[in-house]
Design a binder for this molecule. Structure first.
Ligand SMILES: *[C@@H]1O[C@H](CO)[C@@H](O)[C@H](O)[C@H]1NC(C)=O
Ligand SMILES: *[C@@H]1O[C@H](CO)[C@@H](O)[C@H](O)[C@H]1NC(C)=O
Ligand SMILES: *[C@@H]1O[C@H](CO)[C@@H](O)[C@H](O)[C@H]1NC(C)=O
Ligand SMILES: *[C@@H]1O[C@H](CO)[C@@H](O)[C@H](O)[C@H]1NC(C)=O
Ligand SMILES: *[C@@H]1O[C@H](CO)[C@@H](O)[C@H](O)[C@H]1NC(C)=O
Ligand SMILES: *[C@@H]1O[C@H](CO)[C@@H](O)[C@H](O)[C@H]1NC(C)=O
Length: 278
């Protein structure tokens, strides 16, 4: 059976973070509050096709869940399986990108309430998401948040033909002007810097270096708040599982070629405050 990578073992100590679904969007050190270590930069283009465990390097990926991805013998990809209450297999890149391009070839998990997530998340909780509900075979969700403010719903849904039945290409293009969500090569949503404002007129535009997190979890678990279960599509019935999300490949291009790390020079979280080391 697949075993735990070196990186996984270290990261398992932060497992309690995953007790809640929102753990996929938590931060270890928030640079708006305290001084944090520099974020290691990807600084290049990264391609990763998953077939066996050795294709998911512990030098690149940390496993955050109580269970790890597995690698089916048919080489279909990395399998993120939710079989019971508490399962939330999730991997996180050790590097960050500061603007860039992210493409994930993914077959979403089926199952009412099961969420397949592709999340870009920064240390100060700027966030860009693709999310697929296991019980929804016709639409997928795009979303973003600025600085962890989830008061305002920014989600929008787009048609997708059977996301649980086959692989689709979930892409994000992100720079200081706009975010594009691209589904199977078609731009389905664009949010410009100027459009991403809250009711208080403050910007909500995601604009700080991001890590990539990929995983599945049960938003429909009985322990989740009612609002989360409703959003997820209803109560998860584990007897109908296990529910598996499969990730075939990941392609990432950092917006800052040759960068080595990213540092917040102040507590604004504004993009001009990010210092790019080469
Ligand atoms: C990664 O894949 C993309 C798309 O296939 C390709 O354009 C790019 O050159 C590849 N980069 C590397 C470093 O292999
Ligand atoms: C799937 O999502 C779309 C968009 O939110 C919604 O209109 C539709 O009712 C959903 N389908 C199911 C089965 O929940
Ligand atoms: C996914 O879509 C993006 C944007 O259209 C494209 O650049 C990339 O090559 C596609 N990836 C694969 C594996 O087809
Ligand atoms: C969060 O966003 C809401 C809606 O835009 C806004 O009214 C509120 O002031 C924001 N909260 C903070 C702490 O910025
Ligand atoms: C936001 O900006 C609009 C347009 O300038 C203005 O009418 C409105 O009063 C502002 N709202 C707040 C809460 O500052
Ligand atoms: C990145 O570094 C390589 C090798 O030193 C150099 O050839 C290239 O011009 C650099 N690219 C950028 C965009 O800085």
């Amino acid at each position: 059976m697949p075993t735990t990578t070196r990186a996984t073992r270290i990261l398992l100590t932060s497992l309690t973070l995953l007790a809640s679904a929102l753990a996929q969007t938590s931060t270890v050190c928030n640079p708006l509050d305290v001084t944090c270590p520099a974020d290691p930069a990807l600084g290049t283009t990264f391609n990763n096709t998953f077939s066996s465990m050795s294709t998911m390097s512990g030098d690149i990926w940390s496993s955050l869940g109580s269970t790890d991805p597995t690698f089916p013998a048919d080489d279909s990809g990395a399998a993120f399986t939710v079989a019971q209450h508490g399962d939330a297999p999730t991997v996180q890149s050790k590097w960050y990108v500061f603007w860039g391009h992210v493409s994930v070839m993914m077959r979403a998990a089926p199952g009412t309430g099961i969420i397949s997530s592709i999340v870009l998340l920064s240390d100060d909780l700027d966030e860009i998401d693709w999310e697929v509900m296991g019980g929804n075979t016709t639409h997928v969700e795009t979303n973003y948040y600025g600085k962890g403010n989830t008061t305002q719903m920014n989600s929008e849904y787009f048609p997708c033909d059977d996301p649980q039945g086959g692989f689709h290409n979930y892409t994000v293009n992100w720079d200081y002007r706009e975010i594009q969500w691209i589904l199977d090569g078609t731009v389905v949503r664009t949010v410009t810097y100027g459009q991403a404002v809250g009711a208080d007129n403050k910007t909500m535009y995601p604009q700080t270096p991001m890590q990539l997190k990929i995983g599945s979890w049960a938003g429909g678990d009985a322990s989740e708040p009612e609002g989360t279960r409703e959003w997820a599509g209803g109560l998860t019935d584990y007897a109908k599982g296990p529910f598996t999300m499969t990730v075939q490949s990941v392609m990432v291009q950092d917006g800052q070629i040759n960068s080595t790390d990213y540092t917040y020079s102040d507590r604004t979280g504004a993009w001009p405050s990010i210092v790019v080391a080469q």
